[in-house]
Ligand binder design. Structure first.
Ligand code: G
Ligand code: G
Ligand code: MN
Ligand code: NA
Length: 252
């Protein structure tokens, strides 16, 4: 409850910030993508991980204003990055179920896109596969969001219980293979589920991203697969907007 009270003031006190983790496209190497990840710098406790405060935000309803702040900040900073670089960059933002089903979410998103002038196709929303639920609830809101021109990724894919027919009907654009599966790719061993998810994604004409790539063995294995992009510590840890901006100025 104490932490919840502190979290209540975190936005106004400027204690939240975003880090960005690049995604490396394996085929079209000129395209750039990154995932936005929220962090909380608590005035006394120091850095608090999202796995420790997102659940509190979800239970208390604070996820609505926090999620809105994350979306606004990610869109504004990505637009700034695009202008510096002079070409499109895609940003992926994690969503909680409570945000998605809060009234007017599509309307809120529409006004954020309008205010920040980020092209809608530059925004990807990540929903976790485990949070997918009754199709009759999910389909209308996802349809409304897709109509804005954004794309949707299923995060932590493989950990949930989506049936194949469910997946086929869902208006998603991308599957992100959970890092627990990628972890099992070693010098001596493959992970059949990684191959299966990639093959399934290709049959459904979806993009597929491997998460948590940490070793050269995993990198080389995925390079020889139909996987579209990789994300993980091997490429880069999440870094601050300032660092991302500085690197992009060097690239230019
Ligand atoms: O950044 P880190 O690996 O510690 O993130 C841990 C978890 O927190 C991940 O599952 C990630 O999806 C989630 N997360 C990070 N940023 C956000 C955010 O802005 N909103 C929501 N809902 N979840 C986030
Ligand atoms: O659930 P989600 O995919 O949104 O989680 C993203 C989280 O995964 C981020 O908090 C990020 O810090 C973490 N992450 C990113 N790359 C790696 C990696 O290569 N290894 C591990 N263990 N965690 C990673
Ligand atoms: Mn994610
Ligand atoms: Na994930």
């Amino acid at each position: 409850l104490l932490l919840e009270n502190d979290l209540y003031n975190a936005i106004q006190n400027n204690e939240l910030f975003l880090q960005y983790q690049p995604q490396l496209k394996l085929k079209t190497k000129h395209e750039i993508s990154m995932e936005a990840l929220v962090r909380w710098k608590h005035p006394k406790k120091g850095l608090i991980a999202p796995s420790d405060f997102i659940p509190i935000a979800e239970e208390s309803g604070l996820i609505v204003p926090i999620g809105k702040w994350v979306l606004e900040t990610a869109c504004r900073q990505t637009k700034e990055l695009q202008e510096t670089l002079g070409h499109p960059i895609t940003v992926a933002v994690n969503l909680s179920l409570g945000q998605l089903f809060h009234e007017n979410f599509a309307e809120v998103l529409r006004s954020i896109l309008k205010e920040t002038k980020l092209p809608p196709k530059s925004l990807q929303l990540e929903i976790t596969e485990t949070m997918t639920m009754d199709k009759s609830f999910l389909m209308p809101i996802l349809g409304e969001l897709k109509a804005l021109g954004i794309t949707i990724a299923l995060d932590d894919f493989g950990k949930g219980y989506s049936s194949l027919s469910y997946l086929k009907d869902l208006p998603v654009d991308c599957l992100k293979i959970d890092r627990d599966f990628v972890k099992n790719i070693t010098e001596n061993e493959h992970e059949p589920l990684v191959d299966l998810i990639i093959s399934m994604a290709k049959h459904l004409k979806l993009n597929v991203v491997a998460e948590g790539v940490e070793t050269m063995e995993q990198f080389n294995y995925l390079l020889n697969s139909e996987c579209d992009a990789i994300q993980g510590y091997l490429i880069s840890k999440p870094s601050s907007f300032e660092t991302i901006m500085k690197n992009s100025k060097c690239l230019k």
